[in-house]
Design a protein around this ligand. Structure first.
Ligand code: N01
Length: 538
């Protein structure tokens, strides 16, 4: 029997999170292109579909962490909290899918297993976990930056007799912690949020901490009607200000240097940003804390002091106060009552830095010195193979049989963090070496999708089919992103997914563009104005 010709689409979209949903909306609803989308999940939501662990919540205010492309959407949607929880963000994305009729373009429960470029036909062929094959001129990956959980690296984990749960792939059923001895590994943003919540109901919670984090208050509160009305009245200006801010939020109180003011003035600035919450301490206190070690030392000491004030047991407080690496070089988590969780009688803290986890046993965890901790449930909040992991997981082969895995063997190589040389017509929304996670994600996504769609328009208007970066432009971009990182304190971090070194064996390379969103957008505009400088169009 002759197998049917695989269907040919104009574009394949990967992922039904913020990126994939917006990409399908623009390509299908506005450009009338034939589009097919895929997601391994059972429905829309991306990150917010998978990360449904207790306490999961956004840490950029949702008035900013939301789509800006349709004023009607942003006017009609009402957030109940300043920093809403996972379920509300998922509802928002479900609403977006309904409002723009997006679900019908997606195949859910379907993972991309390979993507292969056909040089002769200038088409991509995608194969899927459900055995389908689809061909398309363009591929737009919205596969995400933090969507591939780090593989458990503890021998014996499969033999644990109780339940093993991962924050990044949390079950859909209700999980009860009552009366259970719960162990949790990891104190990044996920672990911290989960610990604060699980501590309230667990029989006993043991936190296995390797590197303490510089967590600061999120400052969440129920939506204030007057504030919401004022923001909606001024939404356009707010979005403009966000897009012109390094991190994509309209904060505007940053002062030049922590070292240029007296200790009293510095303390006032830190107190003010601490009390107002959000990322203000990180990005709206002093402009040199990520660049100057002495400036960073001042904020690191401030946060340590505040942690010690909040934790009653001095031994626990010492373990929780981070030392030996600069603030902000690991992605700073935001918290609500995290440190207070350690004042509860049912919460223990175990240092696994000097005495690492040797194995998971059927009954719990064994440390290197032989100490055993028994648990009924083990939670892994151990992070993600960030930025490159989601793309490499798709087994991508470009021109002349070039595998993305080989092209990136020493770390990602991209032009503008959006495309890679040898991989024509493959757009990596918020790809490695773009501002991505150091920008406000929905805005970063909209900018990248808009750039992509404009490039497709440009090709069509000029009777062309293919766009790909020139190798020289890619080399220059990689060098530029590395130079930017070298000028910061980021390379001084012990383990940080920003640098890829949270994954054993992964090349230690900066995975984000550190020049800030405004500089990045200016560069993209310059490239377009110069007729897609650095790209070959054919
Ligand atoms: O992951 P992480 P995450 N033994 O990599 C520890 C976003 N996010 O899922 O630091 C012992 O930050 C590891 O220890 P160490 C946000 O961008 C946002 O928490 O490597 N411990 C660390 O403590 C965030 O940055 C929100 O020494 C081990 C933890 O596991 C990103 O997602 C909420 C270990 C991993 O922390 C990732 O956060 C959640 C081992 N072998 C996530 N291996 C918001 O608030 C790892 N660890 C929006």
């Amino acid at each position: 029997m002759v197998s049917p010709e695989p269907p040919t689409q104009d574009a394949i979209v990967i992922g039904a999170g913020f990126a994939g949903l917006y990409a399908v909306h623009v390509l299908r609803n506005q450009r009338n292109l034939r589009v097919i989308g895929f997601d391994a999940a059972g429905d829309v939501g991306g990150t917010w579909y998978w990360n449904r662990y207790p306490g999961a919540r956004v840490d950029i205010e949702s008035v900013h962490y939301s789509y800006s492309f349709d004023d009607e959407l942003q006017q009609e949607w009402h957030w109940t909290e300043r920093f809403p929880a996972q379920a509300e963000i998922l509802s928002y994305l479900e609403h977006v899918a309904d409002r723009y009729d997006l679900r019908r373009s997606f195949r859910f429960n379907t993972r991309i297993t390979s993507l292969t470029w056909d040089d002769a036909e200038s088409l991509w062929t995608a194969t899927t976990s459900t055995g389908q094959t689809h061909r398309a001129r363009f591929v737009i990956s919205g596969a995400g930056t933090l969507s591939v959980p780090k593989k458990p690296e503890f021998p014996g984990v499969e033999d644990f007799a109780g339940e093993v749960l991962m924050t990044g792939n949390w079950p859909h059923h209700e999980v009860s912690f009552a009366g259970k001895r719960v162990g949790i590994i990891g104190v990044g943003s996920s672990g911290l949020q989960a610990i604060s919540e699980i501590a309230k109901t667990a029989g006993h919670l043991t936190v296995l901490q390797r590197t303490p984090n510089y967590a600061t208050p999120i400052g969440n509160y129920p939506t204030r009607p007057k504030e919401e009305a004022a923001e909606k009245a001024d939404y356009r200006a707010i979005r403009d200000a966000s897009r012109n801010h390094f991190l994509g939020v309209p904060y505007s109180d940053v002062q030049p240097s922590a070292l240029a003011v007296s200790p009293e003035e510095r303390r006032q600035v830190f107190d003010d940003r601490w009390n107002r919450g959000g990322f203000r301490l990180f990005i709206d206190s002093f402009g040199d804390i990520l660049f100057d070690k002495a400036a960073n030392d001042t904020i690191a000491a401030y946060i340590r002091d505040r942690i010690r004030e909040r934790v009653h047991d001095p031994a626990k407080a010492e373990l929780l106060a981070p030392e030996g690496y600069p603030y902000g070089t690991k992605r700073p988590p935001l918290e609500t009552d995290y440190y207070e969780a350690y004042n509860r009688p049912n919460v223990d803290l175990v240092d696994v830095k000097d005495n690492p986890i040797a194995a998971v046993t059927p009954t719990g965890v064994r440390l290197a010195d032989g100490t055993e901790h028994d648990f009924d449930m083990l939670i892994l909040a151990t992070g993600f193979d960030a930025c490159t992991g989601p793309l490499l997981a798709m087994n991508i082969t470009g021109r002349g049989g070039l595998r993305l895995a080989d092209h990136w063997a020493d770390g990602p190589q991209t032009y503008l963090g959006l495309m890679a040389a040898g991989f024509p017509n493959l757009f990596m929304i918020t790809g490695p070496q773009s501002p991505s996670v150091l920008y406000n994600m929905p805005l970063a996504i909209e900018d990248h999708v808009d750039f992509t769609v404009a490039a497709l328009d440009h090709l069509r208007e000029n009777g062309l089919d293919v766009i790909e970066p020139e190798p020289e432009a890619e080399r220059a971009w990689v060098a530029h992103t590395n130079e930017l990182a070298e000028a910061t304190l980021l390379p001084d971090s012990p383990t940080s997914w920003y640098m890829g070194n949270n994954i054993p064996g992964k090349p230690r390379r900066v995975l984000v563009y550190l020049g800030g969103a405004p500089a990045y957008r200016a560069k993209c505009d310059e490239v377009v104005a110069a007729g897609y400088a650095g790209f070959t169009l054919s």
